[in-house]
Design a protein around this ligand. Sequence first.
Ligand code: PEP
Ligand code: MN
Length: 343
Amino acid sequence: MIIVLKKEADDAVARELLGQIEDFGLQPLHMPGVERTVLGALGDERILQKLHLQNHPMVESVRPVLSKYKLVSRELQPQDSHVQIGPVTIGGKGFTVIAGPCAVESFEQMLETAQKVKAEGAVMLRGGAFKPRTSPYSFQGLGLEGLEILKAVSRETGMPTVSELIDAKDLEAMVEHVSALQIGARNMQNFAMLKAVGETGHPVVLKRGMSATVEELLLAAEYIVSTGNANVVICERGIRTFETATRNTLDLNAVAFIKERSHLPVLVDPSHGTGIRSLVAPMAKAAVACGADGVMVEVHRDPAAALSDAAQSLAPEDFHALMAGLAPFVTAAGRNDLARAAR
Ligand code: PEP
Ligand code: MN
């Protein structure tokens, strides 16, 4: 339920109503705005009726939140959310480029990659320490050692980091070592994990499951936010369709749709979205055009030697070309100049 207060309602009124909402066992939300204060009450709608909030002299209107996902919807919060990850803000006017290898392989590999992508304007470093691999015989990641490398490289370069959590038992170590927790496609509906990352309050990059609908993705985000963690960034990474020409089908409809319905920032991952190196740059441009708040791309210092996702990894010179090609699109979309990030 959304409760819009009258312009003249002061803070005491908001507090009184929030108290009533809480006394009824509902989740109260306080959203003070420039014009007027909006309150939210989440929970059993039948209880909400009993509150008769519409009769309060300082209440202008009471209406239900129609979408299944509530906290992440624009019905509840019309303005864009900004998610702060270290010095980087995702959402708003900026266009954020996150780059790095699929997997952390060594300290030298991460440091060299970080320095190179930073010089081109990437503001955040990616790299999996724990890798969810289709085959048990593939490289599974360096684990804790990988996390330590990410932390050391972040300290050295000043870049915040994002890395995937594949088992809730690693959560504490992840929070300690990386700036943002990535929930991968394979865990998008691991509800226990979503609640656990929610409880940490640590920023989360939530990737879309490969056969998840947009509604399921937004409900997964709702799990995290409803556990008390508003720092959620959505990432479209392609879905499984009948098409086999590309690794996945990058669903850019979803980006425009989510931007319309949700206030959360949205990234696009054109690396997993296509699985093909030469398609990463064109789809990164398309991401700008459809309203994404940034891209996350895989870059390896020597793609031929990459221990995972070699075919979609960009070499540093490919990344240079991607950034140069992307810049005019970012400017045309009215977003902040990419080159500023490189300075
Ligand atoms: C990754 O980012 O390397 C990854 C495994 O992504 P996804 O979960 O989207 O497959
Ligand atoms: Mn990968």
